[in-house]
Design a protein around this ligand. Structure first.
Ligand code: ADP
Ligand code: MG
Length: 709
């Protein structure tokens, strides 16, 4: 069609600087920029109201009832008089329609209001009614003289916009901002905000057009129209996001060259039949199969593996690396902390001790000479598996043929950090990112939607559920007695102190005090205690850690550095001090350090007795379930999606209107329709989809969807 050439998704008028709008000028423009980030006409168009005032209806006075929200009535002004004295002085007027009377009261600007009132005239009155002695009244109502020819009621709901205190003090309050929007709407038309959603979708979902939606979100003709406007604009946000993700995912599948792991060979099979210390869970088998298929196809695997704490992700990582080795490729495994990297090294070396593979560790604390050797062996291809921390992504680390990059506990890494891993070879290695921070599936699909996705929703057999309780400070003696009884049974204990972000020193003091306290209860030589904290030199950390792992110490006193991944199956009690200071996912991670063996395990959350309602709610959730996915859902309910670990920096969940929890149904719809479109018309060339494509291209650069993994 001819007219398509004229479609402009970045309409010039919407790019006009805000000072050129009638009623703005340089001073107000400055304020709008500083306070609300409104720089252009387009920004103002997207500054949506928080609520509306409904003056489209006029009620009969008799229909006002206690608890009525804001209402509008019209009637004749029958009388007014000033009553009381001093602070109690007030102006009281009576307005009457043909169903009854209402009292109007002013405590301020009495003289000014009184002067403007005209007895016997008809008025339109707006306000929030209250009842006094059974009679309705409105304090400080809005009053408008009903002149002949003036419409009795408004055609549109009146918008109230979010505004800051500063703006309000300069006369730009939430309602005055509406005058600017009126001026703006008078200047633009449908051509400035053309439709881009495919027609079949608009029809299927009965959506308003973009123009109608934008008009009605600001100036709805009814509450129902407002709802429809919001729905359309929410859908638009979610749909555009899903299309971008879907295209990125499909594009990667279609175009990326990937290493082919043609076969599963001797290493994998030998390990499986001779050295695997247990039989795999169904979930582990399923995920390995998914990985196996993914890596044989000739395209890059980019897979997110989500498994609750203790579900056994490490062995999946290990066996995945064996497939790489079987095909002559190197692997690396990146962990977020030195402790965890070292633990992976020890565990994996032990499991592979009988196999002809070279496994090395690279972390920040590996000394220069050793480091040079490892780097040289890595680039020469002599190292089969390189395990490490962030040190792995440094420039100097080069591989001969990296085929598989695994990231453990990926929520601890930024997006950019992960991406660096696969700039390390010409054909990008397969990528597996593993996380135990459970994210509800819908959220995962939105935050990491261009990744393939596997879940391990099954724990190895024989695990007993962890018993979690909340104890108040003064029950500490009983808690200590309990610890003692567990130690006598041969078990080991974690005691965790919170990290206080404001102050390193305070942190340290807090931990030391706790340590001294524990020591007083559990003196040497009967008891031995390990301590680990973030500021400790790496070698001291690993000495302390190892003593605990080898059961030379019965108690581990630590900050959250042991939060993720640490695996000491003999530990059966997790004590969390000042538990109110931790978020839900962190508590769940910490609790996941116990319950890894066959013994009954306990988690004791200690707090003072004065804690916030929200903290109490979190602790109650912890005491009620061990299921990481349920906890994640609760977390979302309590905190909202803006705060989910690992998604914050990606900015993917910051929609203007949509909320991926509250609008889950809409999100599912958007995803379904986006997938269908990218399936049937991946390049968006069909007549139906070409506008969508133009819109996406015009918006390019606003968000970088393709850089997620
Ligand atoms: P996470 O998923 O939290 O990283 P790990 O990989 O550390 O969990 O595994 C937790 C514990 O469960 C380890 O001690 C591991 O040896 C054990 N484990 C893993 N898979 C199985 C299995 N299929 N059967 C029995 N134990 C298993
Ligand atoms: Mg782990």
């Amino acid at each position: 069609m001819q007219e398509e050439n004229f479609i402009n998704y970045t309409s010039p008028i919407l790019q006009n600087a805000i000072e050129f709008l009638k009623g703005v000028g340089p001073f107000r423009a400055d304020m709008l920029k500083k306070e609300l980030n409104i720089f252009t006409f387009g920004d103002l168009l997207e500054h949506f109201p928080i609520r509306h005032i409904d003056k489209t209806q006029v009620k009969s006075i008799i229909d006002i009832f206690p608890g009525s929200d804001y209402i509008q009535v019209s009637g004749r002004l029958m009388s007014y008089q000033v009553l009381g004295a001093g602070r109690a002085t007030r102006l009281v007027a009576e307005l009457r329609d043909n169903t009854g009377a209402i009292e109007l009261t002013w405590f301020q600007h009495i003289q000014w209001v009184q002067k403007s009132l005209e007895l016997g005239k008809d008025y339109l009155v707006f306000g929030k009614p209250a009842f006094f002695m059974g009679k309705p009244q409105i304090t400080h109502p809005e009053l408008e003289l009903l002149l002949p020819g003036n419409p009795e009621k408004k055609e549109f709901l009146e918008p109230v916009y979010p505004a800051t205190e500063k703006l309000k003090s300069k006369g730009l309050n939430g309602r005055n901002l509406g005058k600017l929007t009126i001026a703006l709407m008078a200047l633009i038309s449908e051509n400035d905000v053309p439709e881009f959603l495919p027609k079949p979708i608009i029809h299927a979902l009965q959506l308003l057009s973009r123009w109608d939606a934008l008009k009605n979100i600001h100036f709805p003709t009814s509450p129902e129209m407002y709802e429809r406007a919001v729905e359309r604009l929410k859908f638009e946000e979610l749909f555009v996001a899903q299309v971008r993700l879907s295209m990125a995912r499909e594009g990667r599948k279609r175009f990326s060259k990937g290493i082919i792991f043609a076969s599963v060979g001797k290493l994998f099979n030998d390990f499986y039949s001779k050295y695997l210390p247990f039989s795999l869970t169904g979930a582990q088998k399923r995920v390995l199969k998914e990985i196996r298929l993914d890596t044989a196809r000739g395209r890059q695997m980019n897979r997110l593996l989500q498994g609750d704490v203790g579900s056994g992700k490490t062995i999946v990582a290990l066996m995945t690396m064996l497939i790489a080795a079987d095909n002559g490729f190197q692997s690396c495994l990146m962990a977020p902390t030195e402790i965890l990297a070292r633990q992976h090294l020890d565990g994996i070396r032990a499991l592979l001790s009988e196999m002809p593979l070279r496994i090395e560790l690279l972390t920040g604390s590996v000394k220069a000479a050793a480091r040079r050797k490892i780097l040289a062996a890595t680039i020469a291809g002599e190292v089969d598996i390189l395990i490490g921390t962030h040190a792995l992504i440094e420039k100097e680390v080069a591989f001969k043929n990296l085929g598989m990059a695994i990231v453990d506990e990926q929520h601890r890494f930024g997006v950019a950090q992960r991406a660096k891993l696969w700039e390390k070879s010409e054909i990008p290695p397969h990528v597996l990112v593993m996380t135990a921070t459970p994210i509800p599936r819908t959220l995962a699909m939105t935050a990491y939607g261009d990744l393939d996705y596997s879940v391990m929703d099954e724990l190895p057999p024989g695990r007993l559920p962890i018993k979690t309780v909340h104890r108040i400070e003064y029950a500490r003696p009983q808690v200590m007695d309990f610890i003692k009884s567990e130690i006598i049974k041969g078990r080991q204990i974690y005691i965790i102190f919170p990290l206080i972000e404001e102050s390193e020193t305070l942190n340290y003091e807090n931990l030391m005090k706790g340590y001294e306290n524990v020591k007083a209860y559990f003196p040497e030589p009967k008891y031995y205690i390990s301590m680990v904290h973030g500021k400790m030199p790496a070698d001291l950390k690993s000495v302390n850690m190892n003593r605990f792992v080898q059961n030379d110490t019965q108690i581990m006193v630590s900050t959250t550095v042991i939060e993720v991944g640490v695996n000491v199956p003999n530990a059966s009690v997790m004590i969390i001090e000042s538990a109110e200071k931790f978020g839900l996912s962190q508590l769940h991670q910490l609790r996941g350090r116990v319950g890894r063996g066959s013994e009954k395990s306990y988690c004791i959350l200690i707090t003072g007795d004065a804690i916030s309602k929200e903290a109490r709610e979190r602790l109650a959730v912890m005491c009620s379930t061990n299921d990481g996915f349920k906890i994640a859902e609760k977390d979302l309910e309590i905190r909202g999606p803006g705060d989910i670990e690992g998604t914050r920096q990606s900015g993917l969940l910051n929609f203007k209107l949509a909320n991926i929890i509250a609008d889950k149904l809409l999100l599912d719809k958007a995803k379904e329709m986006a997938d269908e479109i990218t399936d049937t018309d991946p390049l968006l060339v069909s007549e139906l989809n070409v506008r969508l494509k133009e819109y996406l291209l015009a918006q390019k650069g606003k968000t970088e969807w393709s850089k997620i993994s």
